[in-house]
Design a protein around this ligand. Structure first.
Ligand code: DNO
Ligand code: MN
Length: 365
């Protein structure tokens, strides 16, 4: 397991590289050029700038999260070819500094959706929260109107400046069925994977978060069966997934350890975090500890260990603790605690394996 840490870039992240350096066992940064709009090629000089910053602390930049996909690609519009060409150019530019994995998602309109970014937990910390009834049954267009006229109605991702384009996007997606979205993903992969093979970059599709349909938008990466389908769309080791335990795990039918065991050779990148699911379908992101959430992190880490996982892993989101002012889900402290929990499990499993091997060797002597 090669531990990496997400960093949003100089001037864009309150967490400093000096602090990340002090978390045990972190070897690289998970990064992106967040200001470059989806669909544009990432300039080499900007990439080199981040490389220089990372070099100063001895971090590698082998994992990028995300190179976002322009909506025209997901919508299957004729203009997609230009955006796909730009995507390929970004891949070639990233290969120049040794990027090995690109994490991306294929969710229409939004990345992850939550209804509250700072929901208090019993211990006095706050965390990302999803209230199912608030999202279910919402007509997206009605919602856009409502938000436009109710300034105090806030939902992350629904910022006023996005509202105009949101409305257009929702209308465009209303003509795209789930099967068409699959076709559009296939079209994209058929063009991208040969470039990934040539430049030795593994594409790692992140699951949809939450893993069910919201706002009547089609969703693909939500289940084991659909991951199987993705991997067959283009059957190459370069067409892989980011296995995010917290995203898939919001549906308790998704058996994460079983997925790891089935897909391990197509998982170049693991997101490992816990969450607590309530009976009504709400969920909140808890500490990483198994006892604090609904996912058994021990079983998850053990599944990776049993498979000899040598890919990259990061703790994904954390709670906001010790009064830290940070990006929602991306503070320093709880993610660092998460890393130590993951190492604790991993190192114990390593020690047990070593002991078992040495007792076999003694017996044979
Ligand atoms: C949620 C996060 C995601 C992820 C993007 C990747 O679990 O890991 O926001 O960064 O979906 O494209
Ligand atoms: Mn994730």
């Amino acid at each position: 397991m090669r531990m990496v840490f997400r960093w949003f870039g100089k001037g864009n992240d309150g967490v400093s590289l000096r602090h990340i350096k002090q978390i045990p066992g972190v070897e690289g940064l998970v990064w992106a050029l967040h200001d470059i709009p989806a669909g544009e090629a990432w300039p080499v000089d900007r990439i080199l700038e981040v490389k220089q910053q990372a070099d100063e602390y001895g971090f590698h930049l082998e994992v990028v999260e995300s190179v976002n996909i322009h909506d025209d690609i997901k919508l299957g519009l004729p203009s997609r070819d230009t955006y796909i060409e730009n995507y390929k150019q970004t891949m070639r530019n990233l290969a120049k500094i040794g990027v090995k994995v690109i994490c991306y998602n294929f969710m229409p309109v939004f990345d992850w959706v939550r209804t509250d970014l700072f929901k208090p937990l019993e211990d006095g910390s706050t965390a990302l929260f999803y209230e199912k009834s608030k999202v279910d049954g919402m007509d997206p267009l009605e919602l856009v109107e409502k938000i436009a006229h109710t300034p105090d109605f806030t939902m992350p991702g629904w910022e006023p400046e996005r509202l105009k384009s949101l409305k257009k996007l929702f209308i465009a997606y209303s003509n795209v069925s789930t099967e068409q979205l699959w076709d559009n993903l296939k079209y994209f992969l058929e063009q991208i994977i040969p470039v990934a093979e040539e430049y030795d970059i593994k594409m790692a599709l992140h699951p949809d978060d939450p893993p069910w349909e919201i706002f009547e938008l089609p969703r693909l990466m939500i289940s084991r069966e659909n991951i199987r389908r993705l991997l067959k769309l283009v059957d190459s080791p370069y067409n892989g997934i980011t296995l995010c335990s917290g995203s898939l795990g919001a549906n308790h039918q998704n058996d994460i350890p079983a997925m790891i065991r089935e897909f391990h050779d197509r998982i170049p990148f693991a997101h490992i975090r816990n969450l607590k699911i309530y009976e009504n379908g709400d969920f909140i992101e808890t500490s990483h500890r198994s006892q604090d959430g609904s996912l058994n992190l021990y079983e998850i880490v053990k599944a990776y260990h049993d498979c000899g996982f040598n890919g990259y892993a990061r703790p994904d989101h954390g709670r906001h603790i010790w009064d830290e002012k940070c990006r929602p889900g991306y503070g320093l402290y709880d993610r660092a605690l998460g890393i130590m929990y993951l190492w604790g499990i991993w190192d114990s499993l390593e020690a047990i394996k070593k002991e078992a091997n040495s007792s076999i060797n003694t017996k044979t002597i």
